[in-house]
Design a protein around this ligand. Structure first.
Ligand code: SF4
Length: 206
């Protein structure tokens, strides 16, 4: 079965993962963030290529030596990569075991997708956006019930040293106080590593 991608980006150094990584970016996302910088993944005509898992493996294999020499590997992003959890599991079973696997996700997916990939993920970068359900809904057009459920599942089942939580300042949607409240809520669940930064507003959203 072919999976739609928006791109494969090679030779990233210490970006969302250790060592040299290749980003495999999937098309499609359940959210509609107001300042989405990856709108290509939402548009029907935004598909770069349709590839099988074997074709993705063949394509990224060219950097096998870099991955092994630097403790690097593959970062799955998008779009929302966990919409493609079956393909990620398939990929991880076949890749050289030395490759590390990273995922950038909003976690707004079914729990079964999180459970399926968990045995293979070395580090998660979770774009929580904001824990406040009203802010989240206003910004993304969806509620964050599944995000909260999936965060709790991770807190109960994995080593939280493997998680970086992204808590952006989203101009016009949340404040420094909101970010601080989100962080406190997440710390109470056991999360320890936070990345706070300012969202860049695309020109068309200004
Ligand atoms: S989660 Fe990311 S890709 Fe999806 S709509 Fe939001 S910014 Fe865009």
């Amino acid at each position: 079965m072919k999976t739609p991608l928006i791109g494969i980006c090679r030779h990233r150094l210490d970006t969302d993962g250790q060592g040299v990584t290749t980003l495999v970016a999937f098309h499609g996302c359940p959210l509609r963030c107001q300042y989405c910088l990856n709108a290509q993944c939402l548009r029907k005509d935004g598909v770069w290529r349709q590839m099988t898992v074997q074709e993705i493996l063949d394509e990224v294999m060219v950097d096998d030596l870099y991955f092994k020499a630097t403790n690097g590997g593959i970062t799955f992003g998008g779009g929302e990569p966990l919409l493609r959890s079956d393909e990620i599991v398939d990929f991880c079973k076949q890749r050289p075991m030395e490759w590390r696997i990273y995922v950038e996700t909003s976690l707004n997916v079914e729990l079964r997708a999180v459970e399926a990939v968990a045995p293979y993920i070395d580090h998660y970068y979770i774009d929580v956006k904001d824990m406040n359900p009203d802010i989240y809904r206003r910004y993304t057009s969806l509620d964050n019930n599944r995000v909260q459920e999936n965060l709790q599942w991770l807190a109960d089942h994995i080593d939280l040293d493997k998680v970086t939580i992204r808590l952006p300042h989203i101009p016009g949607y949340n404040t420094a106080d909101d970010i601080s409240q989100s962080q406190q809520q997440l710390e109470a669940m056991g999360f320890k590593d936070f990345d706070s930064f300012e969202y860049i507003i695309p020109n068309e959203a200004r």
